[in-house]
Design a binder for this molecule. Structure first.
Ligand code: G3I
Length: 448
């Protein structure tokens, strides 16, 4: 599949952007999309202006509101909602053709005081939780690609954390939360998310057993998120096999909150080590077919939670406090850039996607692949992501398949050959609801 097309895709994706001379110059989001994953970042809504907004929009294919969708943010007083921060992040993502990771519906932390200080029966708490999910996931229905439905359910030893929810409801709250989320937004991928589950150990064993139980009960869980709040030089060696064992259960996996902290001050040697660490996390995701993507928990050291929570530590993200790229940025870019198997000299393509008509729930799009190289194409493929739950229902003049948000299309025998300067088009019908923004990570590759 597309994930396995090594070299040519990223290089050609780079060729699609304005000026880059090499894959290393392409935005991270394009390099990631060409490898079939997304590269995301947590953002702070109030900072989405100026250079911060420019980088967030240009370099990342997915955004996660760092705090704005949490319960204490959206419903500080019972029945009184403040969606301003969350709306701003979602609108920003749509304006920039980005996916959104909703974070988070059910957590033990950042709960409003009316909830933590209240006195509720178990039945009342269950109803409060499912109503909250219906309201929040319902508000953004069709506009969220991945929801962190339940966050941090486990203790460090892998047992159930005795949160407000677990104390009253036991483990059943998790199944109920996922069912409520599926009912509220059927198109969103629903994730269970936790920290210190990145390598194989007691906590990830507990998570593994929990996911097995949930799947056995028919709970609609689509993915498991691994936060990956890591320490310099301590990327778990079992990260990749750990991701793989979860994927083998039949769920997607994702790195959801990556940062790699160090004791300050940062030195050249530490930043080089951090570069290698970032690259190894990206490579672990790329090595696992069901790894959907990697999100960094804030892209700049000016917007990182680390210094507040770990005094004396910081410099954990890919950009410094002045929005300059750090070696970690290059580590991500290099990991996303395939090595070996370069495309044949003179072979290149470009692709455009145009919505030709659109009605209340459907649309027709035309995709055109152009041979921008100097030799004839012998087969071509294109790929893109739908950021708002669009689904392909019918296609012609190409073999088109969709897995979750990712769509791939391949030439047929009669239109595989394209002369230099020539182009071929194919079409599709799709469904949409809410919005129908342009696809993300549109790329093409040559060869069959
Ligand atoms: O909004 C108030 C502001 O009004 C006040 O002046 C200021 C004074 O401290 O606090 C602000 O709230 C802070 C909030 O971030 C927004 O900046 C809270 O104190 C602070 O505790 C909160 O920290 C967040 C933390 O979650 C809370 O647990 C971090 O920004 C956020 O990055 C972090 O994210 C979590 C994930 O959701 C789950 N996984 C772990 C991750 C890191 O802790």
């Amino acid at each position: 599949m597309f994930r396995r097309l090594s070299a040519s895709v990223a290089l050609l994706a780079a060729a699609l952007t304005a000026t880059p001379a090499s894959a290393a110059d392409a935005p991270l989001r394009d390099l990631a999309a060409a490898r079939g994953v997304y590269l995301g970042t947590a953002v702070t809504a109030s900072r989405l202006t100026g250079g911060y907004a420019q980088i967030a929009g240009a370099e990342f294919g997915s955004v996660t509101p760092g705090n704005e969708m949490k319960w204490s943010s959206v419903e500080p007083t019972r029945g009184t909602y403040d969606w301003s921060g969350a709306d701003r992040v979602v609108a920003f993502a749509e304006a920039n053709g980005q996916e959104v990771r909703g974070h988070t519906l059910v957590w033990h932390s950042q709960l409003p005081s009316w909830l933590t200080g209240g006195s509720f029966t178990a039945d009342e708490l269950r109803r409060i939780m499912t109503d909250h999910i219906a309201v929040e996931a319902g508000r953004y229905k069709g506009r969220i690609d991945h929801w962190d439905v339940v966050n941090e359910p486990l203790n460090d030893d892998g047992t159930l954390r005795q949160s407000l929810w677990a104390k009253a409801l036991g483990e059943s709250y998790i199944a109920d939360a996922f069912r409520a989320a599926r009912a509220a937004d059927p198109a969103a991928k629903l994730y269970l998310n936790d920290y210190s589950t990145d390598g194989i150990g007691a906590k990830s064993d507990g998570m593994y057993a929990l996911v097995e139980r949930l799947l056995a009960q028919g709970v609609p869980i689509d993915g498991v998120g691994f936060q990956a709040h890591l320490v310099l030089g301590q990327v778990p060696v079992t990260l990749e096999p750990n991701l793989r064992r979860f994927a083998d259960l039949g769920v997607d996996v994702a790195i959801t909150e990556l940062d790699i902290r160090m004791q300050l001050p940062a030195t050249e040697a530490k930043l080089d080590r951090q570069k290698a660490d970032y690259a190894s996390v990206l490579r672990a995701c790329l090595a696992v077919t069901r790894c959907a993507g990697v999100t960094v928990w804030g892209f700049t050291d000016a917007d990182s939670w680390i210094p507040d929570f770990f005094p004396g530590e910081g410099a954990a993200t890919p950009y410094d406090e002045n929005l300059a790229r750090k070696p970690a940025y290059d580590g991500i870019a290099e990991a996303l850039t395939p090595v070996g198997n370069p495309p044949p000299t003179g072979t290149a393509c470009a692709v455009t996607y145009t919505v030709q008509s659109q009605w209340n729930t459907g649309f027709t799009a035309q995709v055109t692949v152009r041979n921008t190289g100097t030799t004839a194409l012998d087969g071509w493929r294109t790929e893109w992501g739908y950021g708002s739950g669009q689904r392909v229902t019918q296609a012609w003049n190409a073999t088109v398949t969709q897995t979750a948000a990712r769509v791939t299309a391949a030439s047929l025998s009669y239109n595989a050959s394209v002369p230099p300067g020539g182009s071929v088009s194919f079409g599709l019908n799709g469904t949409w609801s809410g919005t129908n923004p342009p696809p993300t990570g549109l790329s093409c590759a040559t060869g069959s």
